[in-house]
Design a protein around this ligand. Structure first.
Ligand SMILES: [Zn+2]
Length: 507
């Protein structure tokens, strides 16, 4: 068996309004060559100027990945020729990138195995993206809208060993940058792109010859591409051959990697400091603005949710999949807890704890609401503007938990809130679904049932005297059913049940 070493280079598009070195709009999907100017088109004699938001967002990611932000950070020119980059160099970072030497823990299930592993981050550096080439028939078209868009490259050390670990890393990173609000994480549109490098060797012999894989535009392809490459290199070594150091492309139609080009060394780019941009020295105010913008990250938040609200790890993880959903959940639980206090005062019988509320809300969220969002085509990140807002879900949860409406009606109310955009209380009132919880009103119905079903009541009392619990319960349930029927299904079944029970016991 060989040991494998996987490192990743992940590029993320930062969600800045404008590009990194000019004032052009930074957006995906606009008409080609409409968001351009002499700076991002690389005209001679123009001067770039740094977008501070790009630097701030880059530093937020660096901090979230445990990186050190150096006292001074600057830009270099990376020289190479390519038609989508008119200056013939890219402004990037080399000697002192904005984030250095961090690490993250990846944690999750691989198959049935729970893994937890530390992955070192070599660096995060800020650079400009290149334009886009569109090849059609015999012509190639160029769109420079993407040229100069803020790009952050995150480079890991070769600490992963399987395609599954790399997939987990990317999924976790994607969640993190989405939480921070610095990248939409859309791999299909290319706003998060990953290149992977992998080498294998006999255990204890260090790194082998490195192969880079490009064109991995989903986390699943990262896994498949790496596992394919580990197997391919193993077969070569088994046959006594050597692995060629090269760049390969993932072919998603054939599920294999194919050679693309022999890899040049980093030195070939002849980096030198960009003379048109000053050295950036992050001061205390800048660093504070970075720290202030960092939110609680998904992994620690899932742990906190599990602890604070008594959720299972799996539930907490699902809820934290999207920040908007985790916010929605916590808002609803807070509302419901406040709301339930008022209800609990009038209904001493139903003591509703925060954990009860949380469990009910988590169930709504992960089952019924998830289903409805899917049906209505609403993205999870837009759950905040959903008609069933946290306040409405909280009301519905308390009404249902405190027995004011039946479980069946609660689901109907949920649907009606969404289709009619009204509060649950209004819908329940309109439809006459509010359960009768006034003991005196229920007692009237119980008395009527006792008179009409005197024989059954006598049988129940006899069963009680004989100690035949099973028969007594059957008869009691029958009588409760009659009470519910007499009230059009609106009597609170708990109150009706206890009144019938008292009647049987002759109180
Ligand atoms: Zn521009």
């Amino acid at each position: 068996m060989y040991q494998s070493f996987i490192g990743l280079e992940v590029h993320i598009h930062l969600l800045t309004k404008t590009k990194v070195f000019c004032g052009c709009r930074s957006a995906f999907g606009d008409e080609p060559n409409t968001n351009v100017c002499p700076v991002c088109m690389g005209y001679p004699g123009v001067l770039p100027s740094l977008n501070i938001e790009s630097m701030r967002m880059g530093c937020m990611v660096a901090r979230a990945l445990g990186c050190r932000i150096p006292e001074k950070t600057w830009f270099e020119r990376k020289q190479y020729f390519y038609p989508d980059m008119t200056k013939n160099y890219q402004i990037s970072q080399f000697a002192s990138p904005l984030g250095q030497e961090g690490y993250v823990e990846i944690e999750g299930k691989i198959g049935s195995k729970q893994i937890k592993k530390r992955i070192r981050i070599k660096e995060c550096h800020l650079e400009e993206d290149a334009g886009k080439m569109i090849h059609t028939g015999t012509v190639s078209l160029l769109d420079y809208n993407r040229a100069g868009v803020s790009l952050l490259e995150i480079v890991t050390e070769p600490d992963m060993e399987t395609g599954e670990e790399a997939e987990l890393f990317i999924q976790q990173l994607r969640r993190t940058v989405r939480y921070l609000g610095v990248c939409d994480g859309n791999m299909e549109e290319g706003s998060l792109r990953a290149d992977a490098n992998v080498s294998i060797n006999l255990p204890g012999k260090g790194l082998g010859r490195k192969v880079e894989i490009k064109n991995l535009n989903s986390s699943r392809f990262v896994k498949l591409g790496l596992n394919y490459e580990i197997a391919r290199q193993g077969e070569l070594l088994d046959a006594g051959k050597t692995v060629i150091q090269e760049t390969r492309l993932w072919n998603e139609n054939r599920d294999e990697t194919q050679p693309m080009r022999q890899k040049e060394n980093a030195q070939d780019y002849r980096y030198f400091p960009e003379p048109d941009l000053p050295v950036f020295t992050p001061d205390a105010a800048f660093l504070k603005s970075v720290d202030d913008a960092i939110v609680e990250l998904p992994a620690p938040r899932a742990k906190r949710l599990a602890g604070d609200y008594g959720l299972s790890e799996e539930q907490a993880d699902l809820i934290c999949e999207e920040k908007a959903q985790a916010d929605y959940f916590e808002d609803a639980v807070t509302e419901a807890s406040a709301n339930s206090l008022a209800v609990a005062n009038t209904l001493a019988a139903n003591k509703l704890s925060k954990k009860d509320m949380a469990a009910r809300i988590a169930n709504w969220l992960l089952q019924d609401i998830k289903h409805i969002l899917g049906r209505e085509g609403i993205e999870l990140r837009d759950i905040g503007s959903f008609r069933l807002n946290p306040k409405r879900l909280a009301s519905l949860t308390v009404l249902s938990a405190s027995g004011k409406i039946s479980g069946k009606n609660a689901k109907q109310v949920l649907e009606a809130v969404i289709s009619e955009d009204k509060d649950p209380e209004a819908i329940i009132k309109e439809r006459g679904w509010e359960l009768i919880s006034d003991p005196a009103k229920i007692a009237e119905a119980v008395q009527k049932v006792a008179a009409a079903e005197a024989a059954t009541l006598a049988q129940a009392r006899a069963a009680l005297a004989e100690g035949n619990d099973k028969r007594r319960q059957t008869l009691s349930a029958f009588l409760v059913g009659k009470v519910l029927a007499a009230t059009g299904g609106r009597a609170d079944p708990k109150i009706a049940g206890s009144q019938i029970e008292s009647l049987i016991q002759g109180n």
